[in-house]
Design a protein around this ligand. Structure first.
Ligand SMILES: Cc1cc2nc3c(=O)[nH]c(=O)nc-3n(C[C@H](O)[C@H](O)[C@H](O)COP(=O)(O)OP(=O)(O)OC[C@H]3O[C@@H](n4cnc5c(N)ncnc54)[C@H](O)[C@@H]3O)c2cc1C
Length: 315
């Protein structure tokens, strides 16, 4: 890393380097701190005393940094073992902030998580999935973040910790806009939680890109459906890359609820209201194309979630 000043290359396992007093240093001599705490408490103490940029897998961090010199202190959270892994509690599935996409793919989870697993397999390449974390994807707050639609469909919330407090925000309130989140400077994301009651049903994820592999989404959709006696009892549908923040689609969900599983679903989904979407035009597609594509991939995700594609229908 290109860290100017006397702390270059020094790693601080379980402790952090002393602060040399920026005020006493003039001009080009300013010192950037690097710390690699081994406990969450230690990380929170550092966040409480200075401004830091958090480094997890680095797959968004380093491309954003480019060749520019570092101006912010770097808080490397890669030694926080307690933030990695998926646990089941009485009320929730708890995914640690540092859990990688590969961890998620490999973990046995209920079928409601199939959309999240499919999204995980779409994040960059296998090499990226091996190091990139779920929290990094949310904190980077790209409209094209592949993890977000499936987590919205699971009613996920984000656990934020500071020295003073722990708070839980619904994911829809955590990501505020393109590259904007509700994260405060003294906070870090410690987990993403999925309520047990929302981990029901079957789910699917469909990503549309300009090519099949290693591609940024033009649009993507996640569908989670609970089917009882051949009828859709619960529907959670989310689309990404077609608005500044991925959104749940209330009109589509209302259209699906109470509907029997048959081919008539397709026309119903295609003609439902998609009021939450406000696609932009960019190099990857026009707004009109995205709007149409969103309807098509929602249909595909719904069909896949209820098994219409394989001729086996969820009961
Ligand atoms: C070649 C390539 C292809 C990619 N393809 C895709 C793709 O197809 N789909 C996709 O969605 N993404 C893609 N990405 C982006 C990236 O891999 C994901 O967003 C990834 O999940 C980011 O996780 P990370 O651990 O690497 O985050 P980092 O890069 O370490 O951090 C990202 C941001 O989150 C903040 N942060 C990280 N962890 C925390 C925390 N616990 N608390 C608070 N803030 C935190 C960091 O400060 C930083 O601002 C790609 C990246 C590359 C380099």
């Amino acid at each position: 890393m290109n860290l100017p000043g006397p702390e270059i290359g020094k790693k601080t396992r379980g402790r952090h380097l002393g602060r040399p007093g920026k005020a006493q240093l003039s001009g080009r001599q300013s010192v950037i701190r690097y710390a690699k705490p081994t406990t969450v408490e230690e990380a929170l103490a550092l966040l409480g005393e200075d401004r830091w940029r958090i480094l997890a897998g680095g797959t968004d961090f380093y491309p954003a940094q480019g060749a520019k010199p570092f101006r912010d202190n770097v808080l490397d959270i890669n030694a926080l073992a307690e933030l990695r892994g998926i646990a089941e509690t009485d009320d929730h599935w708890r995914v640690g902030a540092r859990t990688t996409w590969t961890d998620i793919v490999r973990q046995p989870l209920p079928p409601a998580f199939d959309a999240l697993k499919a999204g995980a397999r779409e994040v960059g390449s296998v090499q990226i999935q091996n190091v990139a974390s779920i929290a990094g994807n949310l904190c980077n707050a790209s409209p094209a973040a592949d993890g977000v639609p499936a987590l919205l469909a699971l009613d996920a919330d984000v656990e934020l910790r500071s020295l003073k407090a722990v708070r839980h925000l619904p994911l829809s309130e955590f990501i505020l806009g393109n590259r904007r989140t509700a994260l405060q400077p003294d906070e870090m994301v410690t987990a993403i939680r999925v309520p047990k009651r929302s981990a029901a049903g079957s789910s699917a994820f469909v990503k549309l890109g300009a090519r099949r592999y290693l591609v940024i989404s033009i649009a993507m959709a996640a569908a989670r459906l609970v089917v009882e006696n051949g009828v859709i009892a619960e529907a959670a549908i989310a689309v990404g890359s077609c608005s500044a923040v991925a959104r749940r689609l209330a009109g589509v969900e209302a259209t699906l609820r109470g509907r029997p599983i048959d081919e008539a679903l397709v026309d119903a989904v295609l003609s439902a209201a998609y009021d939450e979407l406000s696609p932009i035009a960019d190099v990857r597609g026009s707004a009109e194309y995205r709007e149409q594509a969103a309807r098509e991939i929602v249909v595909r995700a719904v069909r896949a979630a209820v098994g219409l594609n394989q001729g086996k229908v969820a009961a």
